[in-house]
Each structure stands twice: as C-alpha cells, then as structure tokens.
Write a protein that binds this ligand. Structure first.
Ligand SMILES: NC(=O)c1ccc[n+]([C@@H]2O[C@H](COP(=O)([O-])OP(=O)(O)OC[C@H]3O[C@@H](n4cnc5c(N)ncnc54)[C@H](OP(=O)(O)O)[C@@H]3O)[C@@H](O)[C@H]2O)c1
Length: 248
C-alpha cells in the first residue's frame, strides 16, 4: 500500500467531515460523498483543500448513497481519479425520529437503505481492491442506539444494530487479507447532526445521560477513528464514544 485512498460517505458535515479532515492531514487522497446540502459540500471542499495543503487530492461526489448505481458510479470515479480504495468509512446516516405509532413503512425502508444497505454496497465494491493490496480499513459509524435502542425509533436502532452485525461478519471474512473492519458507536456529539442545531440550554439537558461532565465532540469520534486506522490487530469491535451513556 503506497498511499491511503479513502472514501467517507456523508463526509461533508459533522462526524464525516471531521474524519475526512484527519485523513487529508495524513496525506490521504479522500473522496467525500453527500446527498442534498450543496452549500455544506462547497464549504467542505474548501476546508479539505486547505487542510491538505498543496498536494491536495480531494473529490466531492453528490448522490444518494442508498442507490446502488450511485455507489457503483462513485466508486468508479474514485478509482479512476485516485486508484484502489483502501480506507472506507461508512458514515452517511439519517435519523428521522418516529415511534411505532407514527412510523411508515417508507421511513423504515429509507432508513435501512441509507444507514445499512449503503455500507453493504460500498463494502462490496471496495473489498476486492483491498484484498488485492492485502490491506484495508473499513470503519462503520453506528450508534449507541445499536446497543440500548436509543430514542430515535425502531428503524434507526435496527439499522445501526444491523451495521454491527455486518461489521463482525466482514471482520471474520476479510481479516486474513489484512483488512480490519470495525464500528464506532457515538452518542451525544454536540457539534454534529441534530445536536449541533440545539441551543446550549437544551444540550445542557443531555448531560444527565452521560457519566462524564461534558458532551462529546466530533474530535472524540475522530480520535477513535484514527486509533482503528492505525491498529492492524483490532478488528470486529464496536468502540463506544458516548461519555459512558451505556451505563445509565
Ligand atoms: N451526532 C451524533 O451525536 C451521532 C450519534 C450517534 C450516531 N451518529 C451517526 O454518525 C453518522 C454521522 O452523523 P452526523 O451527526 O455527523 O450527521 P450530519 O451532520 O447530519 O451529516 C450527515 C452526512 O450524511 C450525508 N447523507 C445523509 N443522507 C445521505 C444520503 N442518502 N446519501 C448520501 N449522503 C447522505 C449528509 O449529506 P447531505 O446533508 O447533503 O444529505 C451529511 O454529509 C450518522 O451515521 C449518524 O447516525 C451521530
């Protein structure tokens, strides 16, 4: 493996952008994907180019990660531009809050397609190249909801628990080829996703759900990611980055 060539799905905001930034700072060629927010995508590209310095290799690709053809086209674009993908971060996710009372089959299906099936599609596309290189890192961004159920709804918890099953299976099959597959379970990351839009007062209310004094930040998830990136002997694990919330 000469160089890290990475794909970060949903890499234009929040956790995905933090991970992409860490990768470009290491000199990796990085492709980030997004679906709708063109403004965020433009800002992300500027930030990543700045962080990467002169030899910037940054690709920003638009398209719905739930669509297998989109994933196939994006994979082709990355391969043609950078070469074989050896780092895959399945991060794109949606979390529409629903209860059993108000969820529709459409929301259930959409959440599973975006949060879970996309990780299968991207993994399937990239493992062949990783196997040929005898090196690969796949990190699936799940959620503490995969363990405790969480509060978003049945669709979200099921999609994230599914990611943990996919992680463990893939780690077994791909380990012999030097490919590690791990998950990160974030919770209460104050500067990403829904919590980023909350008022300070409302975020304060989340503190009784964790055992440490402060909520998490994107950089806490990035640290976990970098640990997994650097660890050839750690595979099949799900690292909780959640302020000890699983104990409450
Ligand atoms: N923030 C937290 O506390 C927390 C806790 C637990 C788990 N997580 C997980 O961490 C991951 C990242 O969350 P975040 O908080 O950083 O979210 P975020 O700020 O909302 O960012 C989500 C990213 O995913 C992209 N995306 C969403 N749907 C997509 C689709 N259909 N196709 C392609 N890209 C799509 C978004 O692009 P567009 O905006 O263009 O659609 C955006 O780049 C998610 O999987 C989430 O479930 C986060």
């Amino acid at each position: 493996m000469d160089r890290l060539i990475a794909v970060v799905s949903g890499g234009t905001r929040g956790i995905g952008l933090g991970v992409a930034e860490a990768l470009v700072k290491r000199g990796a060629a990085v492709a980030v994907t997004y679906n709708r927010d063109t403004r965020a995508a433009k800002q992300a590209k500027e930030l990543l180019l700045q962080s990467a310095g002169v030899e910037a290799d940054v690709l920003v690709l638009q398209g719905d990660v739930a669509d297998e053809q989109v994933v196939a086209d994006q994979h082709e674009a990355v391969r043609n531009t950078f070469g074989t993908v050896n780092v895959l971060v399945n991060n794109a996710g949606i979390m529409p809050p629903r209860t059993f009372e108000d969820i529709t089959r459409e929301t259930w299906d959409e959440t599973l397609r975006v949060n879970l099936s996309s990780a299968y599609s991207w993994s399937r596309k990239t493992v062949q190249g990783m196997k040929a290189e005898n090196f690969g890192r796949i990190v699936n961004i799940a959620s503490l909801a995969a363990r405790g159920g969480g509060v978003v709804g049945p669709h979200y918890a099921a999609s994230k628990a599914g990611l943990l099953g996919l992680t463990r299976y893939a780690a077994r099959e791909l380990g012999p080829y030097g490919i590690t597959v791990n998950a990160i379970n974030p919770a209460f990351i104050r500067d990403a996703g829904i919590f980023a839009g909350w008022s300070e007062e409302r975020r304060e209310g989340l503190k009784d759900k964790i055992v440490v004094p402060e909520l998490g930040r994107v950089r806490d998830v990035v640290r976990a990611f970098e640990y997994l990136l650097d660890s050839p002997f750690v595979t099949g694990v799900a690292l909780d980055v959640c302020g000890g919330a699983f104990m409450i």
